[in-house]
Design a protein around this ligand. Structure first.
Ligand SMILES: [Zn+2]
Ligand SMILES: [Zn+2]
Length: 177
């Protein structure tokens, strides 16, 4: 949805604070094994995020009304401040990720996996913003992401749903050079 400037950039403040909190609550644990468990869960969370990002973009933002219409507005007007409000994404992470995990898994895994997914989300938000608002050096990661995402915006056939990585487009056959 269309956000105010403060609402649009709030993710860049809210998520680093939450990530710091989740790390601080777990990583000062005196048992090294627990810290390693947190780090492994966080790494898995980042990796899983890239698949969630692909599925959400392909099947939700391009499939489910009224999100489809909101996302179409972003496609038509890519530099407009359109995004997901932080309060909504934080509520989703809290209710659908952290709450079940903290109930069913041990604390280090719950905190680490939530932090990893949040880090993946922040990575996605930052890269997506940069693809539309920043210049990129030829051949850089951001340059490749910009080209890939520009093709997604303008291609006739739906393709290149991955923003942070082209991995899942290549796996599911939706990659376009
Ligand atoms: Zn799209
Ligand atoms: Zn875009």
């Amino acid at each position: 949805m269309r956000l105010t400037r403060a609402g649009y950039f709030a993710d860049f403040l809210v998520y680093p604070l939450l990530l710091g909190l989740l790390a601080w609550l777990s990583l000062d644990h005196e048992v090294v094994h627990e810290r390693l468990l947190w780090l492994a869960a966080a790494a898995a969370g980042v990796a899983v995020w890239t698949l969630i990002e692909y599925i959400l973009h392909r099947y939700v933002l391009h499939g489910v009304p009224p999100l489809r219409q909101m996302h179409a507005r972003h496609h038509a007007s890519p530099t407009e401040l359109i995004g997901t409000p932080s309060w909504f994404s934080v509520a989703v992470f809290g209710g659908l990720v952290f709450a079940p995990l903290v109930h069913w898994a041990q604390a280090s895994i719950a905190y680490g996996a939530t932090a990893g997914l949040m880090l993946g989300y922040l990575w996605y938000v930052a890269v997506h913003h940069a693809t539309h608002h920043r210049r990129a050096r030829l051949g850089s990661y951001l340059h490749r992401a910009k080209l890939r995402h520009a093709v997604h915006h303008h291609a006739q056939e739906p393709c290149n749903f991955g923003v942070t990585t082209s991995l899942w487009d290549r796996v599911f056959g939706t990659a376009s050079p």
